[in-house]
Design a binder for this molecule. Structure first.
Ligand SMILES: O=C/C=C/C=C(\O)C(=O)O
Ligand SMILES: [Fe+2]
Length: 302
C-alpha cells in the first residue's frame, strides 16, 4: 500500500524540438513516444514507458508531477483520505497521456498539481536476464533514473502536514526560522533516498528544479563537462548541498526550467529523525562549499 516513488514530471517547454535535442543528447534520456505537442522520455534504468513528459507551451514550468502507488486500489483509498482532508480529487481517465492508465489528481496547498497512478505501460530496460551493469549506446549524462523535484510555495507547514499525514511521506530535513517558529523548507521521502520531493518558501505553484540521479561524484563532474562542451551555462556546481549531503550541478534546460544531477546523500528509513537547518545557515545548507546562496537560487523559478 502506498506511494512508491516520483514517477513522472510533466514539464512545459517553449520549443519541443530544441528541448528534445537537449534532453536526449545532453541529459541522455531515451525518447519513447510523441503525440501532438507532447514527447515522452525515460532514463535508461527505468522500466516504465516514461518519467519525463515535455509539453510544448508558451511558458515553462511544471504542468504536473505524478507519484506511482503500489496497487491500483490504493487510488480509491487515497481518493477518500485526500477528500476527507478537505482537498478535492478529480479522476484522470486512462489514456489521458500516452501509455498511462487511470489516475487521481488534486491540487496541493502550494498550488501544484499532483497525480497518483499505478497503471503505466512497462517497456523494460533490457537488463533483466543475465544483464550487464549498463546498456550500450548511452548518450550524454545518461542518468539511470529521475530522482526528485523541489517546488516553491507559501504555506510550507500546510503542504508538509498534507504530505505526511495523508500521503505518509517522511521528513528527512527541514529548514526553520532562527526562532524555530516558521517552517521554511521541508524535504520528504517515500523511497530510501534523502528526498523524493521538497518544498521551500517562495511563490506558489513554481518549479525550482527536477533532478536526475547519478552514481558518483565523478559522474557529476562529467555532467558539468558535458554542459560546458555544449556551451550550456552552469547555474552552480559541481558542489555539495549541506542539506541531503548530495553532490550536485544545477543547470537550465532551453526553456529555463532548472535541472539537477544529484549523487550521494544518505539512506533514510521511516524512523529517521529529521535533520534541522536554521535559516541563518541557509547558505551552507544549500551550497555547502560556497556557504552562500546565489541570486538565481531564489529568482530563477519557472
Ligand atoms: O533548499 C534547497 C536545497 C536544495 C537541495 C537540493 O536540490 C538537493 O538536495 O537535491
Ligand atoms: Fe535537488
Amino acid at each position: 500500500m502506498g506511494v512508491m516513488r516520483l514517477g513522472v514530471v510533466e514539464t512545459r517547454v517553449m520549443d519541443l524540438e530544441e528541448s528534445l535535442r537537449y534532453y536526449t543528447q545532453v541529459v541522455g534520456l531515451q525518447l519513447t513516444g510523441r503525440e501532438g505537442n507532447r514527447a515522452y522520455l525515460k532514463a535508461w534504468d527505468e522500466e516504465d514507458h516514461h518519467s519525463v513528459v515535455l509539453v510544448e507551451s508558451d511558458r515553462p514550468g511544471l504542468e504536473h508531477m505524478a507519484f506511482k502507488v503500489r496497487f491500483q486500489d490504493d487510488l480509491d483509498k487515497f481518493e477518500k483520505s485526500i477528500e476527507q482532508y478537505g482537498i478535492k480529487v478529480n479522476r484522470v481517465s486512462k489514456g489521458a497521456r500516452m501509455a498511462e492508465g487511470q489516475a487521481i489528481e488534486f491540487k496541493l496547498p502550494t498550488g501544484h498539481i499532483m497525480q497518483l497512478y499505478n497503471e503505466i505501460e512497462k517497456v523494460g530496460n533490457g537488463l533483466k536476464l543475465n544483464p550487464d551493469p549498463w546498456p550500450d549506446n548511452l548518450k550524454g549524462m545518461a542518468p539511470p533514473n529521475l530522482d526528485h523535484l523541489l517546488l516553491t510555495g507559501d504555506d510550507i507547514q500546510s503542504v508538509t502536514d498534507f504530505m505526511t499525514r495523508v500521503l505518509d511521506f517522511h521528513i528527512s530535513e527541514q529548514v526553520v526560522s532562527v526562532d524555530g517558529e516558521q517552517l521554511i523548507g521541508t524535504f520528504l521521502f517515500r523511497t530510501n533516498s534523502p528526498h523524493d520531493i521538497a518544498f521551500i518558501k517562495g511563490p506558489d505553484s513554481k518549479l525550482h528544479h527536477f533532478a536526475f540521479h547519478l552514481d558518483n561524484w565523478n559522474e557529476v563532474l562529467r555532467a558539468a563537462d558535458l554542459l560546458t562542451k555544449n556551451d550550456i551555462a552552469l547555474d552552480i556546481g559541481p558542489t555539495r548541498h549541506g542539506l541531503t549531503r548530495g553532490t550536485t550541478v544545477y543547470f537550465f534546460d532551453p526553456s529555463g526550467n532548472r535541472n539537477e544531477v544529484f549523487s550521494g546523500g544518505y539512506v533514510p528509513c521511516a524512523d529517521f529523525t529529521p535533520i534541522t537547518w536554521t535559516e541563518d545557515q541557509l547558505g551552507k545548507a544549500i551550497f555547502y562549499l560556497e556557504r552562500q546562496l546565489n541570486e538565481r537560487f531564489v529568482t530563477a523559478l519557472t
